[in-house]
Design a protein around this ligand. Sequence first.
Ligand code: PGA
Length: 243
Amino acid sequence: MEVIVKENGEEAGRATAGVIASAIRINPNLVLSLPTGSTPVDTLKGLVRMHEQEGLNFSQVTGFNMDEYVGLSKDHPQGYYYFLNDLLYSKVNINPNNTFVPNVLADDLMSAAQAYTDLIYSKGGFDLIFLGIGRDGHISFNMPGAALQPYTHLETLSEATIADNARFFENPARVPTKAMTIGLKIILDSRKVILLANGEGKSQIIADWLNNQKISTSIPASFLWLHNDVTVVLDKAAASKLQ
Ligand code: PGA
């Protein structure tokens, strides 16, 4: 596990963008899985800047949302496909036909989840997954609990996560309570993992995870100890409780 600490969130975001850009330059056909939320914004802006100023080429890149709220369409402004499209896909030369999100509008959500797993593996799995982390240790929407799941599945969001995400919704009561997410095996099958965390609010979970080399379903991110190519990028605030 490589841990990189940057002065502030902007620098951490830029460093993360640099890692993703290098991966695209080395492998123009990169299959990339991307997160949503506040954390990735600077990184996505950095990638757009590199596309505009340095010709970073997304024409052969494939982009996968790692999760989506159940019931939100691709053009719903609080949806996660909309988020990635708005901040990245619409601003670079990625082929929209190579951008994917779980079908959370399907009548049969279990089959839709299986189909998403099959689609990911039909593209060869992820070359690179860029993760955030929740204050409760979730990665993608794999919530802490008695058990974790390997493949794409439905999750009921924790109270803390619903509360954290309410800020994106005009009416907090409208935050969906269920999401479809890739599971831990899909994450661990990714050839490279980069996880970004910023701010004091993430410092406790970062310490709980990185100060103890233990794997527990109570901290889904702790399963990344099983992966041999993980880079964690933190700002100083998120790293402040590291020993
Ligand atoms: P955030 O979400 O970037 O909005 O803090 C992180 C996460 O839930 O993975």
